[in-house]
Structures are given as C-alpha cells and as structure tokens.
Design a protein around this ligand. Sequence first.
Ligand code: FPP
Length: 246
Amino acid sequence: MSLKDQIETSKLPKHIAIIMDGNGRWAKKRGLLRNLGHKSGAKSVKQIVEACAEINVKYLTLYAFSTENWNRPKIEIELLMKLLISSLRKELKTLQKNNIKLNAIGNIDLLPKSVRKELVDVIEKTKNNNRLTLSLALSYGSREEIIKTIKEISLKVKNNLISPENIDNSVINNHLYTRNLPDVDLLIRTSGEQRISNFLLWQIAYAELYFTEVLWPDFTKENLFEAILNYQNRERRFGKTSEQLS
Ligand code: FPP
C-alpha cells in the first residue's frame, strides 16, 4: 500500500506548519549558488501545497521569510523577493485550479512594494477559495507578533474597551496574525536542525513536532506523507492521561 493510502483520513492534522530549512546547504553540496537552492525550494513548495490539497489538509503555513532573515546579505534578500514575486505570478493558476486560498502572516508592511502588490493581488483573487488555506509567513517573527498583540490589547484596556480580567486565550488569538487559523497540529522542520526559530510560539503549544534530515529542496510528497503517518501514530493527550482519552 502506498504511503498516501495508509493515511487515516479521520485523523488528519487540520493545520500543518513547516520550517523550510536547508536550501543553502542543498546548493552548497552541489557547488551551486545559494539562490539556486531557494529556486529549487520553491519547487518543493508547489509539491507540498498540492499534496496537502490532495489529501484534504485544511491549513498549511510555511515559514518563507523571518524577521531575522532581513539580516542576510542584501543580494540574497533581493533574489528571494524576486523569487517570491515570480512564484506568486506563476502559481496563481494552480491556486485557483485547486481551490486554494492564499493568506499572509507577518509584518507585511516591511516587504518591498512590488512584493506586497503581487501578494495582495493573489490574496484578493483567491479569497473565496475554501479547499485549503495556504499561509505564507513573510517578515514574520513570533515575538514581534506577541509584542504587537500585547500593545493592541493594552490600548483597548486603556480605552476601556476590554477589562484585564476578560483577557483569555480567545482574546489573544483574535489579535495574532493567525487570528483566522486554528492551532497548529503538526510542525515539521527540515534539514536536521531541531529548533523553533521564533515561529508560531503561541500557536504550537500542543503541536506535535517532527524533525527530518531531508533538506527542503529534496522534501517530496512522500516525505510529507511519512510525517503525517508518524503524527497519526502519536497519542495527543493535551495534558490528560491515556486512560482519560480511551
Ligand atoms: C531556509 O533555508 C529557507 C529560506 C530562508 C527561504 C525559504 C524560501 C523558499 C523555500 C523559496 C520560495 C518560497 C515561496 C513561498 C515560493 P536556508 O537558506 O536557511 O538554508 P541553510 O540553512 O542550508 O543555509
């Protein structure tokens, strides 16, 4: 039986988040420029988005550019932004065909105008799609998101729009970039690193973590199905005992 056929549809993770790591090392191993690693990484993005749509995962969030990535060499940032623009242009058709809605999380205002324009255009054109929500984390940092949330809630408290005793999970959730997304069920990081790197710190509170040695440009649909099967063999207790669950 293929890996895909072994997946239990009733136990699918609703929200998968991925730290796409290893593009640079993939290129270095082949004596290529880092940029070619990112280009090849964009091909994996397409494969994995299609795989999620195929098996009916409802939410996929990809860490495409972190707040810390602004510290990379200017030329690498420029090439990544260009790649983003060309991928958005090229993939609009695929998104429409597969009924996929594009979403962005992060401090989008920091992106170059040309990227923002393309992004807003694709978000607008796909806003009524409902098979899968693909969120790109761009200029995203979880601590920045939490600080922004605290500032917004504090202002509401100051203006008597909310009282401190009413601040709960849902108030916080409603102020995060991810306000329209459920909590993450499965977080995948490629390339052998075992870190969270400032990604969705609040949203992964009960996520299952899956680390693989595979570099992002080598990450295939089969690798995704393996990760999902591994997730389905885990017992998610959310703080309860095994006995309580059964
Ligand atoms: C991490 O690899 C990857 C990134 C910082 C960028 C991710 C971008 C893509 C996969 C391509 C385009 C994305 C979309 C959404 C079309 P790294 O450069 O940190 O690799 P290294 O750790 O091996 O140096």
